[in-house]
Design a protein around this ligand. Structure first.
Ligand code: ASN
Length: 559
């Protein structure tokens, strides 16, 4: 039986991963797909190399493809590559390179299920942060990766990083800009490079990883994954105003005139200030440093954002020096990384029509793409009916076991069947009720700190086994929400609603973050199914949300 294929585009920008020694040191070399991937059995199952359509610089072209052997999720990943010319060491990537990556993703968005960006590690966290702001209403995975040693070196992290990225991008609808490194998937705008030489080179100290690769498979932390909840097509902002922002690290004894000279660069519009601990800086003699800051904010409208030099924790006007910075008009960037703060400033400064300084300051202190933890006072309440009911667990089971299972595994099949039934009937109230209960359970599980790492081996195994039964949407580990579950045929709630009688139900699912891009076992998208039964309203709504029929999609299966 032939297994389904997902399609991934690999965008190669350069970096150590594709470098070889030269007379002037390590330099990136062209032809990565043939030299590094076609030659390795884990990237090439030796099947026919069907050409793929891809867009480059506004022109359509056929690119050679390769296919992985079947993954443990019952799929092959077919992929092709587009290379930057010239390939770059990432220390020279900024605005222009980010625009090139973003536009390449935009041009090819309807042709691939996911994207892998090969990139040097030096500025990888900056690029991941920048792209997270540039790609708006993203519905498909974008995974950035690289390596500490070249793929051509005998001992290297390149194969693991690249293969893991391909599998994530081709298997899971994690609609975020992510960074994959050393078996771990991070939210891109939370990540930072923490080692110049170790294979374990990245971390996201203020945000749990989105997924981890273990011997059991990919353990996705679904509760953390962000999804678009707006009916909108994917769009790209291709320009970030990094030419008018700067970043300064406060140090003991910093002179006010040093900071002042940066703040007086005539073109400067925004500054990221890396402060001590929870956001403190020296006031300077007689408050001279604070005055330099206050003048720049008040008189010249410069947006100054306070982030911590510490890798974990957040800034707050708790101590007097931090309080004084707040009084001087500095924005507190909570637990944002410098990489995220700098690129976010560049994104907001480039907005068109332009945003007022007050609006930029406001947006800098709120999360746009999950780049900061918003300070909310946690309110704890038990859901009506208890944990088991919230998780949609069968009430006739022993409550203690029910609570355990609902915490560690999935919403019950009974809850999913009930949801499917409500969708088919067009019963919006019942749909809302079931989803509310599932969300309450999810919140409860997230606040309990339980992760699939705390699964006992027997539970972990049963979870893996049950998920491999539903191969097209299977995951190991991580509690999926009802919105991410699929029936025996791989149909998600969006597939069911696309052919259902009530357009309000489809709208409800999409605004709660259900994906329009998941394919069922027959490789059909919800849009294809809506077209098949001529459900005109559903077709219009799915298109409005960015769904497209794939080129060559005949009988629902891609050619
Ligand atoms: N200098 C390299 C780069 O960032 C470092 C690497 O990729 N490991 O392009």
């Amino acid at each position: 039986m032939s297994l389904p294929e997902s399609r991934v585009l690999v965008i190669i920008t350069g970096g150590t991963i594709c470098m070889q020694p030269s007379a002037s040191g390590l330099v990136p070399v062209e032809g990565f797909l043939e030299a590094a991937m076609a030659t390795r059995p884990s990237f090439n199952d030796q099947s026919e190399r069907v050409p793929l359509s891809a867009m480059q610089n506004g022109k359509k072209k056929a690119i050679p493809s390769l296919r992985t052997p079947p993954t443990s999720y019952g799929k092959h990943i077919r992929y092709g590559a587009l290379e930057f010319a010239p390939l770059l060491d990432s220390s020279s990537i900024s605005n222009e390179g980010w625009a090139q990556i973003a536009i390449t993703i935009q041009e090819n968005y309807h042709l691939f299920d996911g994207f892998v960006v090969l990139h040097g590690t030096d500025s990888l966290a900056y690029s991941a942060s920048a792209l997270s702001f540039m790609l708006e209403d993203l519905g498909k995975p974008v995974v950035l990766t690289g390596s500490q040693a070249s793929i051509f070196a005998l001992q290297s992290d390149a194969v693991d990083n690249l293969l893991g990225s391909l599998i994530v991008a081709g298997t899971f609808v994690i609609p975020e800009v992510c960074l994959f490194f050393h078996h771990t998937l991070f939210r891109g705008n939370r990540s930072t490079k923490v080692s110049a030489s170790s294979f374990d080179a990245f971390a996201s100290p203020n945000c749990e990883p989105l997924a981890r690769v273990t011997s059991l498979g990919v353990d996705v932390n679904w509760a953390l994954v962000r999804r678009p909840t707006k009916i909108a097509r994917f769009a790209v902002t291709s320009y970030l105003d990094t030419a008018h922002v700067a970043c300064i690290r406060i140090f003991p004894g910093i002179l006010p005139e040093m900071l002042d000279s940066v703040l007086r660069v005539p073109t400067l519009r925004g500054l990221v200030l890396e402060t001590f601990g929870m956001g403190n800086a020296p006031a300077g003699v007689d408050g001279s440093l604070t005055k330099v800051i206050a003048d720049a904010v008040r008189e010249r409208g410069i947006v100054i954002v306070n982030v911590s030099q510490c890798t974990s924790g957040f800034v707050s006007p708790l101590y007097a020096p931090g309080f004084a910075l707040g009084e001087a008009g500095v924005v507190f960037g909570q637990d944002m990384t410098s990489e995220a703060a700098l690129t976010k400033l560049g994104y907001l400064l480039a907005a068109f029509p332009p945003l007022s300084t007050d609006e930029i300051r406001k947006r800098m202190s709120n999360s746009l793409r999950g780049e900061m933890t918003e300070t909310k006072v946690p309110v704890f309440s038990h859901p009506a009916g208890g944990l088991a009911a919230a998780a949609g667990f069968d009430s006739d089971d022993d409550p203690a076991t029910a609570a355990l299972y609902s915490s560690l595994l999935e919403p019950s099949d009974r809850a999913f069947t009930a949801l499917g039934y409500a969708i088919k009937k067009g019963d919006l109230a019942a749909v809302r009720n079931l989803l509310d209960r599932d969300e309450e359970a999810q919140a409860l599980i997230a606040s309990s700190g339980l992760t699939s790492a705390s699964l006992s081996p027997s539970l972990a195994t049963s979870n893996l086994a049950s998920s491999s039964a539903a191969a097209t949407t299977s995951t190991s580990g991580g509690r999926r929400r009802l919105l991410e579950k699929a029936d025996y045929a791989g149909n998600t709630v969006v597939h069911l609603a696309a052919v259902g009688p009530e357009i309000g139900v489809l709208k409800e699912l999409l605004t709660r973050g259900a994906s329009i891009h998941v394919r069922n076992r027959a490789d059909n998208t919800p849009l294809f199914m809506a077209l098949l039964v001529r459900n005109i309203d559903a077709v219009a709504l799915l298109r409005e949300a960015g769904a497209e029929v794939w080129e060559g999609e005949e009988g629902g299966r891609r050619r």
